[in-house]
Design a protein around this ligand. Structure first.
Ligand SMILES: Nc1nc2c(ncn2[C@@H]2O[C@H](COP(=O)(O)OP(=O)(O)OP(=O)(O)O)[C@@H](O)[C@H]2O)c(=O)[nH]1
Ligand SMILES: O=C([O-])CC(=O)C(=O)O
Ligand SMILES: [Mn+2]
Length: 644
């Protein structure tokens, strides 16, 4: 084994470190746990890297620095290996197409494990295995798993490097696709090693595609464009803050800064340290009066976060700027406001359904320097997916690499995989807010929960209290999408849109939310709302036009915030059993092609159906036993009483 590059071992002099880096509270007063109390098992990253190399036996070890040169070198190497296809330089400069193995296209929830010491701490919604048992199983799985490959060591920061809400980690991977994607999605930098050497807590994350290039007889075998393994493990040890991922190269399974760290491990950290790690988008809204609001919204996978994050309002005079599209970290600030950052540096977004009509901002973001995965290839070297244009081209090469014509589409064979994605830097998004990298974050005014519901759930409703809002989040149900394995369309509970992402007992997550809310200053405590863009009519068509028109709902939300602050005094809402609904005329539907019947259907709250759902909610709460907070049981009782 050879070390082809040396890590930056240059230590900053103590005087050069920000004076607050090691302090209990930073300059802004955010609580920061002392490094000594952090439970990371490997204090020395260099010893850890040597240990993993010993276990996985790569040919060589490369320390990554996040430079543009490093990224291009790996891209060129992947083009030569057939992992990436270079798109036409005049049509899509700096952009590439990756086709995954057809079996490796989405997150694998059935193979995702939360290994807390006690099963009850993982809770009934997570797959649990005892840590000791899982460790010995993984020792076998990872032994020699990188034979014949290069092991990359990727130091990365989630959030601006050194920021008070940011966290750091190191991902070890044998996939250059993962390294390049991490360059886009996180902040890969040698400076992270300085922070770690300075004592900052960090998350060790090991990833292998599980496809060694040396067989059991010691013979070299040929590589394939997308190596992976039928057997997959996505493993988290929330108590020691470690991640081990095996067998998949797909985003959510392999870019370990994203779901594994920024949601599963971070949610456990956040519980212990008094903050929140959520599956949310984050936007800044500016009204015609130049008033600004920050809104964070949780929708399950493939239910509209990226689209709302890049919203182009149709209501005149309003502006929406993007801060994040998938993950938000929120921390109570010293003044009792909730402050939020986007810990990511890029977007890993759903391609199908993204077009000029639906999300023009995304289309503009995707004009250059993009890695596309599992979309279709046009005959002139560009990309296509369902929804990019109203009509498909006459001929394509589909996501599997096979010829495709519109007849195939009509026969139910999409050209792009339904979970095909783009990986692109947030900095090149035209609607990115100038504050998107502010390490101190933005103050959150509104929190929104949503799901994909053909019936029952109204277009928008406001919670009557923080507890009611937590109840709304805890009771989200949504139709399943292609973002994970499983039957698309099936209704399932997805509390806080975190079902696949909460690194501890979901009911404890609800308690944590109740506690964090109680600690916030009441004057600036965010108002909570529930939305549903996906209600359908009897013919199965969406009633609400959605996309840019969602700005009408956003406008009402900000007006409700104004009312709560005494900025407006008109009546904006009327009570209903499920929360406050817009008062007649309060939702701006000017110029929309929407009949009164449509509008009524969007806000219909059928008591029978809601009572049936409330009963199921009670059963759902029962699955958590006495961990379900009493406040949520009270909310359920209140809802049932109001419906009756
Ligand atoms: N009908 C309708 N569809 C929408 C709306 N917003 C988004 N979609 C569609 O929902 C799908 C997924 O949307 P995204 O915004 O990419 O979902 P996401 O929540 O960011 O998903 P993840 O990246 O998986 O977490 C796309 O096909 C969109 O076109 C809407 O307002 N109305
Ligand atoms: O994690 C992924 O692969 C993509 C994503 O945002 C999700 O599934 O919610
Ligand atoms: Mn997501």
């Amino acid at each position: 084994m050879t070390f082809t590059a040396n890590p930056r071992r240059t230590r900053l002099a103590v005087a050069e470190l920000a004076p607050d880096t090691l302090a209990r509270t930073d300059a802004a007063g955010f609580p920061r746990p002392l490094a000594a109390s952090a439970p990371a098992p490997h204090r020395d990253p260099f010893a850890w890297v040597a240990e993993i190399a010993e276990l996985t036996q790569p040919d060589d070890v490369v320390w990554c620095d996040g430079s543009a040169e490093e990224k291009q070198r790996l891209i060129d190497q992947m083009v030569a290996a057939g992992t990436l296809l270079r798109l036409d330089e005049t049509k899509r400069p700096g952009s590439y197409l990756a086709r995954s193995d057809p079996s490796d296209v989405a997150r694998v929830e059935s193979r995702t494990f939360i290994c807390s010491e006690r099963e009850v701490d993982a809770g009934p919604t997570n797959n649990w295995r005892a840590p000791a048992e899982m460790r010995s199983e993984l020792d076998g799985v990872f032994a020699g798993s990188m034979k014949g490959r290069t092991m990359y060591v990727v130091p990365f920061s989630m959030g601006p490097v050194g920021g008070p809400i940011s966290q750091v980690g190191i991902e070890i991977t044998d996939s250059p696709y993962v390294v390049v994607s991490m360059h886009v999605m996180t902040r890969v930098s040698g400076e992270v090693l300085d922070l770690i050497e300075g004592g900052q807590q960090w998350v060790p994350a090991v990833h292998s595609v599980g496809a060694p290039l040396v067989d059991e007889h010691g013979e070299r075998t040929a590589d394939v464009p997308w190596p992976c393994n039928e057997t997959k493990y996505i493993v988290h040890y929330p108590q020691t803050r470690e991640i081990w991922s095996y067998g998949s190269g797909y985003g959510g399974n392999a870019l370990l800064g994203k779901k594994c760290f920024a949601l599963r491990i971070a949610s456990a950290m956040a519980r212990d340290e008094g903050w929140l790690a959520e599956h949310m988008l984050l936007i800044r809204i500016t009204s015609p009066e130049q008033r600004q609001y920050h809104l964070a919204a949780a929708f399950p996978s493939a239910c509209g976060k990226t689209n709302l994050a890049m919203l182009q309002p149709t209501v005149p005079g309003w502006t929406v700027e993007t801060i994040g599209d998938d993950i938000v970290w929120m921390r109570p600030g010293p003044d009792g406001t909730l402050r939020a950052i986007n810990p990511e540096a890029g977007f890993f977004g759903v391609a199908p359904g993204t077009g000029v009509e639906t999300n023009p901002t995304a289309i503009e973001t995707l004009t250059h320097d993009v890695i596309f995965t599992n979309v279709a290839l046009t005959d002139d070297g560009d990309v296509w997916w369902e929804g990019l244009t109203p009509e498909p081209p006459e001929h394509l090469v589909d996501w599997r690499g096979d010829d495709w014509t519109p007849a195939d589409g009509e026969a139910g064979r999409p050209a792009a995989h339904p979970n095909s994605r783009f990986t692109v830097s947030a900095a090149q998004c035209p609607s990115i807010a100038d504050v998107w990298e502010d390490p101190a974050g933005v103050p959150v005014d509104a929190i929104v929960f949503g799901g994909r519901r053909a019936s029952n759930v109204p277009l928008v409703a406001q919670a009557t209290s923080w507890e009611h809002g937590v109840f709304m989040g805890a009771t989200i149900s949504s139709e399943r999408t292609a973002a994970a394995e499983g039957a698309v369309g099936e209704l399932r509970r997805d509390p806080f849109a975190m079902l696949p992402f909460c690194g501890y007992n979901m009911a404890d997550h609800w308690s944590h939310w109740l506690e964090v809310g109680a600690g916030l200053a009441s004057a600036t405590r965010p108002k909570i709302f529930q939305v549903n863009w996906f209600r359908k009519d009897a013919d199965g068509a969406f009633i609400w036009p959605g996309f840019g028109e969602n700005s009408r709902v956003v406008k009402w939300i900000t007006e409700q915030i104004d009312r709560s602050r005494g900025v407006r005094t008109d009546a904006g809402a009327v009570p209903s059993p499920v929360g406050l609904l817009p008062a007649p005329g309060a939702l701006d539907v000017d110029g929309l092609d929407l009949s009164d019947d449509d509008l009524a259907a969007l806000f219909d709250v059928p008591a029978e159906a809601w009572l049936a759902e409330a009963e199921l909610t009670g059963e759902f709460f029962d699955t958590f036993g006495d961990r379900t907070p009493a406040a949520l049981r009270e909310q359920l009782a209140g809802l049932t009483a109001r419906l009756r």
